[in-house]
Design a protein around this ligand. Structure first.
Ligand SMILES: Cc1cc2nc3c(=O)[nH]c(=O)nc-3n(C[C@H](O)[C@H](O)[C@H](O)COP(=O)(O)O)c2cc1C
Length: 340
């Protein structure tokens, strides 16, 4: 099947996954299997992103690049200081001292945007907040299709007003960060097909549905709800081609983890992770404030990851994590496409 919004043989998308999992090798494998690949520009240095783009461009297939939009959103200073104090002991257990001063940055958005304007890619998607209208227009002028991530009909209408070409509708079952535009709001539980239907009723734009896919029947349910394509993240995390860290990979297969949680504990923005000790201990007290909380906890999470300590690491996972297999990404895409 050919989708109009994305140039791929199958209505399946390898969702952008920052922090390692999205690699050029994963993009190559999913493109060969007929799905549409994304590179994750968030948290990547512009130079590293440029190198990944060059590698994927050489494949000659359609692909997308995802960027974080981070308008300044400093955390409450007192709440931040209290959280830093709360985490000090956990950090000390790994020999890490946390920086109690909140650090803001925009993830080098301007440099990454300039890269995509100078060396256009087929598709650009944005998450976390709305891209400025002029940025959307400038990318369209160089020939890119522009998508915005949304988690509600109201966000869909706001994105439409910015002039984007399509929407990535992310349900709260999704692994990793929620795209919710106001990170102090925790998205209400709703199944992805129901959310896709709501957004499709509120916007005229084509929709890609994402969140909670665990097999071909959930893919079909999202398509039947009105999506043109379905984006999957978690189902690809354990594949050979993904750049998922060894500690994260092992945790996804570890029977000791029995559920997921949507929490600000790791980064100050709601994100779905396996429910581990860190999430249990700090979910209730974590302040809103990305990237300040992300920067605060970063050294602790890096040390935990390197030490194989899955109880203190963000373990991004959607609700379908138990179905995520080992093996090649092309096998995952083939399996998800069954019956389409
Ligand atoms: C490890 C991981 C990293 C992610 N990083 C990003 C990202 O950089 N940008 C983004 O828009 N979404 C990101 N997401 C969300 C995915 O794009 C997608 O919405 C989600 O994986 C879909 O739900 P599923 O994991 O249940 O398939 C990430 C998800 C995971 C699991």
């Amino acid at each position: 099947m050919m989708s109009a919004l994305l140039d791929s043989r199958r209505p399946l998308v390898a969702a952008p996954m920052a922090g390692g999992p999205s690699t050029p090798a994963l993009a190559r494998a999913v493109a060969a299997a007929g799905a549409f690949p994304f590179l994750a520009g968030g948290n990547a240095a512009p130079e590293a992103l440029a190198a990944q783009i060059a590698e994927v461009r050489a494949l000659g297939a359609g692909f997308g690049v995802n960027l974080f939009v981070l308008p300044p959103r400093p955390p409450d200073r007192e709440a931040f200081a209290a959280y830093a104090a709360e985490l000090a002991e956990e950090a000390a257990a790994h020999g890490v001292a946390l920086d109690p001063v909140p650090r803001e940055d925009d993830d080098r958005y301007g440099e990454k945007l300039a890269l995509l304007q100078a060396q256009p890619v087929p598709v650009v998607s944005f998450t976390f907040s709305q891209p400025p209208r002029e940025d959307v227009a400038s990318l369209q002028e160089v020939g890119s299709t522009v998508l915005a991530s949304v988690t509600s009909p109201a966000e869909a209408r706001a994105a439409e007003a910015r002039g984007v070409d399509g929407l990535v509708v992310q349900g709260p079952a999704a692994g990793g960060h929620s795209a919710v535009h106001d990170p102090s709001r925790t998205p209400d539980p709703i199944a992805t097909p129901a959310l896709v239907a709501q957004v499709a009723g509120a916007s005229t734009l084509p929709v890609i549905g994402a969140g909670g896919v665990d097999g071909p029947s959930s893919v079909r349910a999202i398509l039947e709800a009105g999506a043109q394509a379905v984006a999957v993240g978690t189902m690809l995390l354990r594949t050979t081609e993904a750049g998922t860290s060894p500690t994260h990979r092992a945790a996804l297969a570890d029977p000791r983890f029995t559920g997921t949680i949507l929490t600000r504990a790791f980064t100050g923005r709601p994100a779905r992770s396996l429910r581990n000790g860190f999430a249990e201990r700090h979910d209730a007290s974590a302040p809103t404030g990305y990237p300040a909380v992300h920067r605060l906890t970063g050294p602790l999470r890096r040390a935990a990851g390197a030490a194989g300590d899955a109880e203190r690491l963000h373990l991004w996972a959607g609700t379908g994590w138990r179905s995520a297999p080992e093996g090649s990404a092309s096998e995952v895409i083939d399996r998800l496409a069954a019956g389409l």
